[in-house]
Write a protein that binds this ligand. Structure first.
Ligand SMILES: C[S@@+](CC[C@H](N)C(=O)[O-])C[C@H]1O[C@@H](n2cnc3c(N)ncnc32)[C@H](O)[C@@H]1O
Length: 297
C-alpha cells in the first residue's frame, strides 16, 4: 500500500472512532453513570473512615463522589494523563482536592495496601490479572466492580440496575458486584464446651475456597451436624447441632491462631474462643504482594 493510501486510511479511521473509545492499556475509557457510582459506594458502605482506591479512575467520579458525599479519602490512577489532569481539576471544582487525588500510573504498578475499598471498572481479563493481588490485601478490604466479575471468585453481592446515559451496551443497564477480601480461615479449630455437666472437646475442620467454607465437626470424637459455616473478612459464623445442647451458634474474629467472640445456646449468650491447631492453605491462589517502589500519598 502506498504511503498516501495508508495516510488516507488512518484519517478515515480517526474520523469514525469515537473519542470515548480511545484505548489506554487494556481497558478503554467508559464512564460509570453517576447513579451507578452512587450505588457502588452505597453497596460498599463507604464512609468517613474509608480510603478508596479506583483502578482506572477516568474523570475521577468514583473517588470524588466518595469524598464529597461520604467523607472518605482516596486516590485514583489512570494511564491517560489527560484524564488524570481532568480528574484533579474535577476534584478541585468539587472542593475535595485535599482528599481525592489522581496519579498518572499503571494500576499494575500501584501500591494498593492503603485501600479499605477498591473500586474497579475494568475488563474481565484485567480483573483476573489483579485478582491474586486483591486477595493478598488486608482481609476485610471491600471490592466493588462495575459490570465485570472475578472469574470463579463469586461475589458476596451482585445486582443489576438502570444506568441512564451509559455509553456502552444496548439496554442502559449495569451490574454491580461486591466482594470482601477473605481471611485465611482454613484449618482445624478446637475448643471445649460443657454439655450436661461434662466438658467436651469440639473440633471443627474448615476447608476454604475464597470466602466459601466446607466444614465438618466432632464433639468428643463423634461427628456433629454442621448447619452452616460462613465467613466475611476475619469473621467466622458457625451453627452446630449439638446433642444435649441443641442448635448452638458460634461467632468470632480471627486474631493469629485464635478466634474470639461469643456463642449463643438456647437464647443465652456467653463468651467463646477457639484455637487453631493446624493451618490449611485455602484452595484459591493468593499472589504475594508485589514490591512496589512508587508510593502515591
Ligand atoms: C472503563 S474506564 C473506567 C473509568 C472510571 N473508573 C469510571 O468508572 O467512570 C477504565 C479506565 O481505566 C484506564 N486504564 C486502563 N488500563 C489501565 C492501567 N493498566 N492502569 C491504569 N489505568 C488504566 C483507562 O484509561 C480508563 O480510563
Amino acid at each position: 500500500m502506498s504511503l498516501v493510501m495508508r495516510g488516507l486510511m488512518m484519517m478515515v479511521l480517526a474520523a469514525v472512532l469515537p473519542v470515548a473509545a480511545q484505548d489506554f492499556g487494556d481497558t478503554p475509557y467508559v464512564q460509570t453513570p453517576q447513579p451507578v457510582v452512587d450505588a457502588m459506594l452505597e453497596t460498599a458502605k463507604v464512609g468517613r473512615d474509608d480510603y478508596v482506591i479506583d483502578l482506572g479512575s477516568g474523570d475521577g467520579r468514583m473517588v470524588i463522589t466518595a469524598a464529597k458525599k461520604r467523607g472518605a479519602r482516596g486516590f485514583g490512577v489512570d494511564l491517560d494523563k489527560r484524564l488524570v489532569a481532568l480528574a484533579n481539576a474535577n476534584a478541585r471544582k468539587a472542593g475535595v482536592a485535599d482528599r481525592a487525588k489522581f496519579y498518572a500510573r499503571d494500576l499494575f504498578h500501584t501500591d494498593l495496601s492503603a485501600a479499605t475499598v477498591l473500586a474497579i471498572y475494568l475488563l474481565p481479563e484485567v480483573n483476573l490479572m489483579t485478582r491474586g493481588r486483591i486477595l493478598a490485601l488486608k482481609p476485610g478490604t471491600r471490592v466493588v466492580s462495575h459490570d465485570y466479575g472475578m472469574g470463579d471468585w463469586t461475589p458476596d453481592v451482585e445486582y443489576e440496575m438502570d444506568a441512564p446515559g451509559k455509553t456502552v451496551g444496548r439496554n442502559q443497564r449495569s451490574k454491580v458486584l461486591f466482594w470482601v477480601v477473605p481471611d485465611r480461615m482454613a484449618g482445624r479449630w478446637l475448643w471445649s464446651m460443657t454439655v450436661d455437666g461434662r466438658k467436651l472437646p469440639v473440633e471443627v475442620l474448615l476447608k476454604q475456597n475464597y470466602q466459601k467454607l466446607e466444614a465438618s465437626a466432632t464433639i468428643d470424637g463423634r461427628a456433629l451436624p454442621v448447619e452452616s459455616a460462613t465467613m466475611s473478612g476475619t469473621r467466622l459464623d458457625l451453627v452446630l447441632n449439638i446433642p444435649g445442647a441443641g442448635r448452638v451458634s458460634f461467632s468470632g474474629t480471627r486474631i493469629n491462631q485464635a478466634l474470639d467472640g461469643e456463642m449463643v445456646a438456647g437464647g443465652t449468650k456467653s463468651p467463646w474462643s477457639a484455637v487453631r491447631t493446624e493451618i490449611i492453605d485455602p484452595a484459591h491462589v493468593i499472589a504475594p504482594p508485589p514490591v512496589i517502589r512508587e508510593f502515591p500519598l
